[in-house]
Ligand binder design. Structure first.
Ligand code: SF4
Length: 121
């Protein structure tokens, strides 16, 4: 082979149309599977958010109607280490005797699972 022939040698490999079609079908199937998985996950997240909103609404209702809830804070619980429980610092009220209480009207999430709830009379 001469130097000219070597230089002009084609570098393109031809593949058949059916091969391309099969690859596209495969890629499309993979895309559809992933799309379905994402839709399922999104649906689960939407259900979870709906549940969290219901829980928050019930927490707020408990914070407003519980006999232990004063304007300032919940009188039932003393929280010695709020940061360990993930309670925001700005909802902690420090009483004169140095006990720490949670301002439940600012942070009604605290009431959601509380077993001490009792309605005001
Ligand atoms: S429900 Fe629990 S946390 Fe909330 S105010 Fe009542 S006693 Fe406190």
């Amino acid at each position: 082979m001469s130097l000219t022939e070597e230089t002009l040698k084609p570098s393109v490999t031809l593949i058949s149309a059916s091969e391309i079609e099969n690859e596209l079908k495969h890629a499309l199937n993979e895309f559809n599977d992933k799309h379905k998985q994402l839709e399922d996950k999104l649906s689960s997240i939407e259900k979870l958010i709906a549940w969290v909103n219901i829980a928050k609404a019930q927490g707020l209702w408990k914070a407003k109607t519980c006999k232990y809830s004063s304007q300032e804070a919940c009188e039932a619980w003393n929280i010695s280490e709020p940061d360990k429980l993930g309670i925001p610092q700005d909802v902690i009220v420090i009483k004169q005797d140095n006990t720490k209480k949670v301002a439940v009207l600012k942070y009604p999430e605290f009431c959601i699972t509380c077993p001490l709830y009792e309605p005001k009379r």
